[in-house]
Design a protein around this ligand. Structure first.
Ligand SMILES: [Zn+2]
Length: 461
């Protein structure tokens, strides 16, 4: 079993007091110990000098659509419903090759921003275009971060009163069969798991009530988690009131979609009662401030949710609505959005770090294994170099969260294994990953044009 000692480092463990100068002792894939002062002697240990560095838990991303790496920069000035309407037909053209290139680039980009665990919500499966779910799982294995792909779905096309065109939706029975197969094939519930599968119908405006109920039953019978978009925009609220006569959270309650095994993306437009329901039922949410800002969706009530005991994690959301967004940058966005709405005491740097780590781990049901630096937890550690320009700020957590430019990522460990060193991916050729992401974009545009769709390619004004 390998031993790694990170020495002379400022540790922000998220749970427990900060240590201004201490060590982290990693044995195999777990944290064996941490403490103040010099590291213990250990034969054969790899020693990493953390002088001038801040150690935090690896960041946890709880909402993404990796395939969207291939459709960035389109429909730049649209609302959510306008943007979706422009892009559904483009996405209908994707195949496994597009997903492979997009997912590799997206996950590599995330790792470079300190992310050690990411979920993904993939909900479009055009028939006859290869195994899209397998393609993103293989990309995560290559990059080397923990992966929680959610088998998404849509079954309510335009002919059934939904928003998406019928060409991108699937039949309910086919969805249930494919979702069960994805869980059976890939889900690993073990403590050290690198791969867990969730069940994730897309949104109230693209999914039938039957699909929501049936997928919840399926997920619970298999012991996996439930995820969907909720309360993202006022257009969605209006749609729900018109179509089902209820606001989004009440509708979820009716469908059995609240509980400690559920986390929602966005949750922007919540009432006071909705927040209390989240807190009482243990329902989590993924706050995606850049995407909410980009689409003009609104500002989630994160600081109120935290105060009332509802769990919040962070998400970068799909790259088509949050181009090139880094997960470390979302800590800053979350902090600034809350302060812009509620004043300067609304969210502290340490609260932003907490939602990016432990909050995310709770959303994914992994708070026993991930999200804080504690003995016995998995050794998912980000080591930020807060020297040079950043050393003008005495508080390293402030230096990490407040600036637009992330401090250099000296090291990113996932289960004790180095994934990033000195801002470079070490598991996979970084340049190749970037090129493959750009090729995925060109391929998707070409495939869409062959089908007669160029929607959304106008440049911003
Ligand atoms: Zn999303």
């Amino acid at each position: 079993m390998s031993t790694v000692l990170i020495e002379n480092v400022h540790i922000a463990p998220v749970v427990g007091p900060e240590i201004a100068s201490g060590y982290l002792h990693v044995e195999g894939d777990r944290i064996a110990a941490l403490g103040a002062g010099p590291a213990p002697e250990a034969d054969g240990a790899v020693r990493i000098d953390g002088t001038g560095c801040l150690a935090t838990p690896g960041l946890v991303n709880t909402h993404h659509h990796l395939y969207q790496w291939a459709s960035q920069g389109l429909a730049q000035d649209a609302t959510l419903f306008e943007w979706l309407t422009a892009l559904y037909q483009v996405w209908a053209a994707m195949d496994a090759e597009v997903v492979a290139g997009a997912a590799g680039a997206g996950l590599g980009h995330l790792a470079l921003s300190g992310c050690t665990t990411s979920s993904d919500h993939h909900y479009i499966f055009p028939s006859g275009r290869g195994d899209l779910f397998a393609a993103e799982i293989e990309a995560a294995r290559r990059v080397g971060i923990r992966f929680h792909p959610a088998r998404g779905s849509m079954d309510r096309g335009r002919s059934q009163g939904g928003l998406p065109p019928d060409v991108v939706v699937e039949r309910l029975d086919d969805i249930l069969e494919a979702t069960a197969e994805a869980v059976d094939t890939y889900h690993d519930p073990s403590f050290s798991s690198m791969l867990r599968v969730a069940v994730a119908p897309c949104s109230p405006f693209s999914v039938s009530a039957d699909l929501m109920v049936e997928t919840a039953a399926l997920a619970r019978s298999k012991g996996v988690r439930l995820h969907t978009h909720l309360a993202e925009t006022l257009d969605e609220e209006k749609h729900c009131l018109e179509q089902v006569g209820q606001r989004p959270v009440a509708y979820m309650e009716k469908l059995g979609w609240l509980g400690p095994d559920v986390w929602f993306a966005h949750a922007v437009h919540l009432s006071d009662d909705d927040i209390d329901v989240f807190a009482q039922t243990g329902t989590g949410s993924a706050h995606c401030p850049s995407s909410n800002g980009r689409l003009g969706a609104g500002i989630a009530r994160v600081s109120e949710m935290l105060r009332r005991g509802a769990n919040v994690g962070l998400g970068v959301d799909g790259s088509a609505s949050a181009e090139l967004t880094s997960l470390s940058g979302e800590m800053r966005q979350a902090l600034l959005f809350q302060r812009a709405r509620y004043g300067p005491a609304a969210l502290t740097a340490r609260q932003a770090l907490q939602i990016a780590t432990l909050g995310g781990a709770r959303n994914l049901g992994r708070q026993e294994e991930l999200g804080s630096l504690e003995a016995g937890k998995l050794a998912d550690i980000a080591l930020w170099r807060t020297g040079a320009f950043a050393s003008a700020v005495d508080d390293p957590v402030c230096a990490l969260v407040f600036g637009t430019r992330q401090p250099e990522l000296a090291r990113l460990l996932v289960g004790g294994r180095t994934v990033v060193e000195d801002d470079e991916l070490r598991t996979v050729a970084q340049d190749e990953l970037g090129r493959a992401g750009a090729e995925a974009h060109r391929r998707l545009v070409r495939l869409a044009e062959e089908r007669g769709f160029t929607a959304g390619r106008e440049v911003g004004r």
